[in-house]
Design a protein around this ligand. Structure first.
Ligand code: ADP
Ligand code: MG
Length: 534
């Protein structure tokens, strides 16, 4: 296929006059491009089901092993401002779509590479940036045309999309278990009119123990904490009336550090008695409202509970869970239908939540507190994620998050496209054809944009140990013969109809990757100087 020829620097004239970059802005621009492309090279090898994983050592000496682009970039130290823009690009994709966080950066790196070549030929950065933006709008159009609409009732399709996203993760061998969990979790929150799902309503509780196969969706709420049994209190409570309290059941402390010296035994007795009476009164007030399960928020001021209060609470047959974090309060009150109580005197019936059963059980050597049979269920979902170590659990959570995001994408935009590099080749072909209808610089930019899209299939092939040039050429040929769904079959190592392999991904993931990467590249291209502010 003939490509629109490059405007040569020597014979450029008129509107197409070659752009004579000042050497200073040229330097800044190249520095930006080099820094940003370095970032994209970091994650390149992680793309696709056969991509490599990264081991990241954090400042706190914790080890993270991951394959997720957003996680890798969030944790590396990028100093150059343009490099930071690529880190932010991945984060933006994470917010918008949740998946495709590696693809977006790889694509942006390739676009920058294409732009760099055109800059060397003397093309003006603004023209490149503007043409790229137009080309991305066209690409989104083509992607939308090739997508297939879906129905949310079609569970199998949703599971297929979730499986594709899990396939490229470390936990891919568990995708038959995790994909249905992700689909059930999201669909449970759906109402007939919903066009989005708040993933904060899906809580993943991680417990070390067993294997990932023990991961389950729980019909109720799972707590991160365990029951406090040091006072001899109950571990199980039927017909639970749950209070979520934000005050402490211990003697108040003065604001300043001061010592009271008591040298008389009678005085000491009195102090202890006062404390006991004070705490007993609080516990009785709590019991008066019929509360039998107490969730206590962690306090930084003093002990939320102490030996004396635990003793009384056990006597009153109240189940106690302490150390509830501040950021769990919203989720718990929404799930349990209770309101946080800030003061012992502000207890009231409507602030308590109700559940059929609160119980601490043991599963694969981990203690798990489950709250089952809550009133008005369906507002939130809990997933109990189990695994052999923290490192595995964290990656399992991130992978589940990606799968949940994929299902959410389908709720937002109900259409799927094929994976495995098929859409990129298809769009690249159409854009290249479209470029022939354009004139001058724009035609050249469109062609360059079309070529840059091929980075996705070629990287997928490279990471799968295949010859990228041979694979991309074959893909191009098959698409030219009308096989729009020909993609890289990574498992078998050849080109085949990727829809038959059930490798599908949400349209939103691809369109948002194209849009966001082009925006960032245009931004970088238009910068001609880096100034440091004081
Ligand atoms: P990202 O963070 O961008 O989602 P991934 O590592 O998940 O990166 O890789 C996604 C890419 O891998 C997509 O282009 C997708 O089409 C492709 N892909 C996923 N599963 C398969 C598969 N089984 N066969 C071929 N390609 C696949
Ligand atoms: Mg992915």
């Amino acid at each position: 296929m003939s490509k629109p020829s490059a405007p040569a620097k020597s014979n450029a004239s008129g509107a197409n006059a070659s752009f004579d970059d000042k050497s200073k802005s040229k330097d800044s621009r190249y520095a930006n491009i080099v820094a940003a492309r370095a970032i994209s090279d970091v994650v390149r090898t992680s793309l696709g089901p056969k991509g490599m994983d990264k081991m990241i050592i954090t400042a706190k000496n914790e080890v993270i092993i991951t394959n997720d682009g957003a996680t890798i970039l969030r944790n590396i130290q990028a100093f150059h401002p343009a490099a930071k823009m690529f880190v932010d690009l991945s984060a933006a994709q994470d917010i918008e779509a949740g998946d495709g966080t590696t693809s977006v950066v790889v694509l942006a790196g390739s676009l920058l590479g294409a732009a760099e070549k055109m800059l060397e030929k003397g093309m003006h950065p603004t023209i490149i940036a503007e043409s790229f933006l137009k080309a991305s709008a066209k690409a989104v159009e083509y992607l939308t045309e090739m997508s297939t609409p879906i129905k949310l009732q079609d569970r199998k399709t949703l599971e297929r999309a979730a499986t594709t996203s899990l396939n490229s993760k470390i936990v891919s061998q568990f995708s038959t278990l995790l994909a249905p969990i992700a689909v059930s979790a999201v669909t449970r929150l759906l109402t007939p009119t919903s066009t989005n799902v708040d993933l904060r309503d899906i809580r993943i509780v991680k417990k070390v123990g067993g294997t990932i196969e023990d991961t389950e969706l729980v019909e109720g709420v799972v707590l991160n904490q365990n029951v406090v049994t040091s006072g001899g209190g109950p571990r199980r409570m039927e017909k639970a009336k749950i209070a979520l309290i934000q005050f402490q059941l211990s003697a108040p402390k003065p604001d300043m550090d001061n010592t009271v010296v008591v040298n008389d035994y009678r005085q000491m007795d009195k102090v202890i008695k006062e404390e006991r009476a004070y705490i007993l009164e609080m516990c009785k007030k709590i019991k008066k409202w019929g509360c039998n399960v107490l969730l206590i928020q962690k306090s930084i001021l003093r002990d939320a509970v102490n030996e004396i209060s635990l003793h009384f609470l056990a006597k009153l047959k109240i189940l106690v869970v302490k150390d509830i974090e501040r950021d769990e309060i919203n989720f718990l009150s929404k799930s349990l239908g209770c309101k946080p109580i800030a003061d012992v005197d502000s207890f009231s019936e409507d602030k308590l939540g109700y559940a059929d059963l609160v119980e601490e059980t043991t599963k694969a050597e981990a203690s798990i507190v489950k709250i089952m049979g809550v009133k008005n269920p369906g507002k939130t979902v809990s997933v109990l994620c189990m695994g052999g170590s923290h490192v595995v659990l964290e990656e399992c959570e991130r992978s589940l998050h990606d799968a949940l995001c994929v299902v959410r994408c389908l709720v937002k935009k109900r259409a799927l496209i094929a994976g495995g590099g098929a859409p990129e080749i298809h769009v690249s072909r159409l854009l290249s054809q479209y470029a022939h209808t354009l004139k001058g610089m724009e035609a050249y930019c469109f062609q360059a944009y079309a070529d840059a899209l091929e980075v996705i299939p070629s990287t997928l092939a490279e990471n799968a140990g295949l010859n990228p040039i041979a694979i991309v050429t074959e893909l191009r040929n098959r698409h030219a013969l009308g096989e729009h769904n020909a993609g890289i079959n990574v498992r078998k190592g050849l080109v085949s109809n990727i829809l038959e392999e059930e490798v599908v991904q949400p349209l939103l993931v691809s369109t948002s990757a194209v849009e966001l990467s082009t925006e960032t590249v245009s931004l970088i291209l238009k910068i001609d100087e880096i100034l440091w502010s004081r």
